[in-house]
Design a protein around this ligand. Sequence first.
Ligand code: AQP
Length: 346
Amino acid sequence: MSKATTTSAFYDAGPVRTPRVFSGIQPTGVLHIGSYVGALQQWVARQHEHENIFCVVDLHALTIPEVVDPRGLRAASRSVAALFFAAGIDPAANIVFVQSQVHEHAELAWILNCTTPLGWLQRMTQFKSKAAGLESVGTGLLDYPVLQAADILLYDTDLVPVGDDQRQHVELTRDIAIRFNNLFGDVFTLPRVVIPDLGARIMGLDEPTVKMSKSLAESRSGHAINLLDSEVTVRKTIMAAVTDSGREVRFEYASPGVLNLLTIYQVLTDLSKDEIEREFEGVGYGQLKKALVEVVLGTLSPIQERFRCYMSDLDELDAILARGAERARSIAAGTLHRVKGAVGID
Ligand code: AQP
């Protein structure tokens, strides 16, 4: 498999046209501080430098049937979209839509299925870990990365900003595009993964050796800080976070739990490591946790206020998403037409 170029700087994107960004988030549960730091925050920070397409990937959510019910999925899609806007994504400057409203995603996924070797999908670490505990594995779980490739390739995407856990899937997307181009001509733009320098893998607060994840957050109360958590819950979760028996706040010698708290603190404050170490010199982990509580609350409170505002007018939210879908479709239809022409089904 080819190695996708990883860049944490958006500036060396290569193409002369404004680089196009695509990224998505599944509407499976409430977003947590990991998805905020790993994805949303970097989308917001760069939103005016690129042409951006941000997607609520509800077709992907169907791969986990036990966490979705029809009414719940519809509500979750709206809620995740509202969180995009509440986190600072400007609906006028970016295309934001729900994946299932643009049928080209599923159609392109089928075509790409036909050129993607099964072995590539069976090797995906996320498939292996998600399938491991299941009695019966849905085909969708295996095929998920092909749909993700379709999501990205439909928009001639240059850059895909995601957390570290999605790196392998974006590399696979690139491999799928290269293979297709080799078979049928120069159809797809090759995307590059963009991983943030800091906060690319926020760990569980109750178990700092595993990635903070929505599914674990559903079953474990101290695992994650959700973006919609109350002040009491945020305080309780951070104050109970796993650290170690020491008290020195140093990045270099930090145990996984302490490093995780420091990383969240650094990303949200934008302070340097030196500044943070000076701030907590000689005062122990308790002070770090208390300071982190305040910083997290300061981040979440305006997001929650704007979220309530978007959710109070669902007609307007749906209208924004419908406009987004229309704009997305106008790009996706062109790419799919090109693909169909290349394989001979136009
Ligand atoms: N812990 C994390 N640290 C940094 N980035 C993270 N992301 C997710 N978790 C972390 C990034 O946020 C985006 C979320 O997209 P998603 O919700 O569609 O991805 P996901 O992998 O399904 O998220 P979860 O929380 O891990 O859910 P489950 O439990 O269902 O697997 C992506 O860019 C991701 O990299």
